[in-house]
Ligand binder design. Structure first.
Ligand code: PLP
Length: 405
């Protein structure tokens, strides 16, 4: 409990937490089940190449997501690259800049130009009106991101893709177990790509999956993720190595058994954050539509500095000193990272909402290593820093003077 500004760790007080609290600290389910499965893998000596656990995971995921094909991958980045190639995208692809850098890299890696498009300030997802303005004769596809697990405006994007004969791919890295209009994310557009990276609430250590209802596309993706092999000695495509291994699939099957519990914990934590932060001026916790299924893994704040009078970056510094490793995803926006800032220096001119949003968002820890006491502590620090904004600012200005002097 902080009662004076000196109690803040940034000014020499004791940190609120003895150990660091991270955004995306890995979840895991039943340790014994995982170890049993790993034992089985060793017994079988079938470690990779579409092993029994990978096959089982693909079937279970396809069933859970209500989609015809699920192709497990070593990670989502390779999944995106393969899906982009299999869809025949080239020239220009429209993507948001307010996303993890892998979305843009998966496009540029294949020498396709990512055309950065602005977002809707409410949903943080591609704004379909802006998408339509960015289409040129070189455009071959749209790559939408269901950021924080909140679905893109799927209907509007599908309509645009259809009218302009563009491929439509979704980066669903955040959106496992989320629905749009009651239907699981995983079967929208031409294909969707999930990430099961360790930081995701459902993880396979490293991993991902491409899902689609298109039989031909699924076949092509299966070949491409296995060097283009369509059988022993028969290579039919350019391919790469995108295979998921058996240990990752064992983790996925084990995580799947605890999925409901993971979501319930995320939701409980998210609800507590919302409640505890609800009356702090200038702090908004982004909303999830309760009529849909959500995974609630991201607790995303928008900080309105005009009201808090402590900037997002100052709050970040204050939290880090308390051992709360909050993150400013996705700062500074892909268009301001290399190679994009050099290759496409004018992209920012079309991105006013993105440029504003990257200065406002702050993500707080969630998952099964966080509980009520931690959340109370984190929210207490934020509340105190904002209530004491005047003195906090004076002290921060003093500290920076001292460090310059
Ligand atoms: C939006 C988005 N796309 C793609 C990725 C890449 O996923 P992976 O780490 O599985 O390659 C991430 C990872 O965090 C992400 O957040």
């Amino acid at each position: 409990m902080k009662t004076q500004v000196n109690d803040l760790a940034i000014f020499g007080g004791a940190p609120a937490f003895a150990e660091k609290l991270h955004v995306g600290r890995p979840n895991f389910g039943e340790r014994e089940r995982l170890i049993e499965r790993i034992d089985q893998i060793i017994e079988r000596r079938w470690f990779t190449n579409a092993g029994p656990y990978v096959q089982e995971l693909e079937l279970r995921l396809a069933d859970f997501l209500g989609v015809k094909h699920c192709i497990a991958m070593c990670n989502a980045t390779i999944g995106l690259e393969i899906a982009i190639k299999a869809l025949g995208m080239k020239g220009e692809v429209i993507v948001p800049s307010f996303t993890f850098i892998a979305t843009a890299h998966a496009v540029q890696w294949q020498e396709i130009k990512p055309v950065f498009c602005d977002i809707d300030p409410e949903t943080h997802n591609l704004d379909p009106r802006r998408v339509e303005e960015m289409i040129t004769p070189q455009t071959t596809g749209i790559l939408g991101v269901h950021l924080w697990g909140r679905p893109c405006d799927v209907d509007a994007l599908s309509d645009i893709a259809k009218r302009h004969q563009l491929s439509l791919l979704f980066d669903a890295a955040h959106a496992f177990a989320c629905t749009h209009r009651g239907r699981m994310i995983g079967s929208f557009g031409d294909a969707e790509v999930f990430s099961f990276h360790a930081t995701k609430f459902f993880n396979t250590f490293e991993g991902g999956a491409v899902t689609t209802n298109d039989d031909d596309l699924a076949q092509k993706i299966r070949w491409m993720k296995n060097f283009g092999f369509a059988g022993y000695d028969k290579v039919v495509y350019i391919g790469t190595n995108g295979k998921m291994n058996e240990v990752c699939a064992a983790m996925g099957l084990t995580s799947l058994e605890s999925l409901e519990q993971f979501i319930a914990i995320n939701r409980r934590n998210y609800d507590q954050y919302r409640q505890e932060l609800s009356d702090i001026r200038g702090v908004k916790v982004i909303n999830y539509d309760d009529a849909e299924n959500n995974n609630y893994q991201y607790v995303v704040l928008e900080i309105d500095e005009a009201a808090t009078r402590v900037s997002r970056d100052e709050l970040l510094q204050i939290l880090w000193a308390e051992n709360v490793i909050a993150r400013r995803y996705f700062y500074p926006g892909c268009h301001r990272a290399e190679p994009y800032r050099t290759l496409y220096p004018d992209s920012g001119a079309h991105l006013p909402v993105t440029e504003e949003m990257v200065t406002r968002t702050l993500l707080l820890p969630n998952g099964n290593s966080i509980g009520a006491a931690e959340i109370r502590g984190i929210c207490g620090v934020l509340r105190f820093a904002i209530e004491q904004a005047g003195e906090v600012n004076l002290r921060l200005a003093g500290e920076s003077q001292a460090s310059v002097g």
